[in-house]
Design a protein around this ligand. Structure first.
Ligand code: 13P
Ligand code: SF4
Length: 318
């Protein structure tokens, strides 16, 4: 089947099953194109809860689908590729959280949404890069244990000197590899460009930013800016929406090698197979959908605790 046939079949099956397809800005461009909604992690967690469809094909990494399932347990959330996972989501263990909790009385465990459901179940509140400052500034606790990402944690600590932060050593293997030299090189080539940076980047990159924010935040910033050139310090997938929304502006990636292999695992064929699977069709057109698809499930006791922390994010984030 060529790409055009695949797209056609996805559209037909999507309609037949009354399914919703959502995608993160880091998945392949052709998947962003067939999705009903494309967004950052906060927006996707909101839209999956708000929409009425009971079948959601979630084109993103595991923690995103897990969050959607926790917030809408009655919906069927299908991950087109079960190997699409974010390593940062596992860069903290429960023992460490318990140890820090035992050390401080006046403590909030603030957990980045890039975390497994088990970790979220031990947090007081979840945040994303688009709402972390807003939420942490509203917390009454003085001590903040920020998990799992050290860079977002350190970025927040600079903005909230009245809080005492305890950091974890988690990181994103894509953003952490963006170097000062690469950014300087791009700045020399494009001296008029503004620098937009994701807060998962290390401090020597965020220090040089004109804007620091989530993927959606960067898109909004560039769209509303009067500037015409931008250097983008995040995963390359975000360039698709930036260029689509701003055909008169120029976007330069800090490096084309900054690709999230986890997000890019998802293929158009996987999306089609996920719909075939949901339709309980048998090996239609030779499709074998048994190996890579995951019908998202989260253990009940974990899900209900993690839900409290996610709901708190939605309440404080508004
Ligand atoms: P956003 O919430 O900004 O989309 O970030 C998600 C992510 O995984 C960044 O690496
Ligand atoms: Fe995880 Fe980094 Fe990929 Fe985002 S870019 S999903 S943090 S590995």
């Amino acid at each position: 089947m060529d790409q055009q046939d695949l797209v056609q079949k996805i559209k037909q099956l999507k309609e037949k099953k009354h399914a919703l397809i959502v995608a993160h800005y880091y998945v392949e461009d052709e998947i962003q194109e067939i999705a009903d909604y494309v967004g950052d992690s906060y927006y996707l967690s909101k839209i999956c809860k708000q929409r009425e469809e009971n079948l959601i094909i979630f084109c993103g990494v595991a923690f995103m689908g897990e969050s959607a399932k926790i917030l809408s347990p009655q919906k069927r959330i299908i991950m087109p590729n079960k190997y699409s996972d974010c390593p940062m989501a596992h860069m903290i263990d429960i023992k460490k959280i318990e140890e820090v909790k035992a050390q401080y009385e006046d403590l909030a465990v603030v957990c980045y949404i890039n975390s497994s459901a088990q970790i979220k179940a031990h947090a007081d509140v979840i945040v994303t890069s688009s709402n972390a400052y807003h939420i942490v500034s509203k917390l009454k606790q003085k001590n903040i244990f920020f998990i799992p990402d050290q860079h977002l944690g350190r970025h927040l600590a600079k903005q909230l000197p009245e809080k005492h932060f305890i950091f974890n050593d988690g990181f994103c293997h894509v953003h952490t590899n963006i170097t000062k030299q690469e950014l300087e090189e791009q700045r020399k080539r494009h001296p008029l460009a503004e620098v937009l940076v994701h807060p998962e980047c290390p401090a020597d990159i965020t220090e040089q930013a004109d804007y620091i924010g989530s993927t959606a935040g960067m898109i909004n910033y560039a769209t509303n800016s009067s500037k015409l050139e931008f250097i983008i310090c995040t995963e390359v997938g975000v360039l698709h929406e930036l260029r689509k929304k701003n055909p008169n502006k120029q976007f330069f990636s800090v490096g084309e090698q900054f690709i999230c292999p986890n997000m890019k695992r998802i293929t158009l064929k996987n999306v089609y197979e996920a719909l075939v699977y949901a339709d309980e069709m048998k090996q239609e057109d030779g499709v074998d959908c048994s190996d890579v698809i995951k019908d998202m499930q989260v253990e009940e006791s974990i899900a209900r605790k993690a839900e409290c922390a996610l709901i708190k994010m939605h309440e404080l984030g508004e």
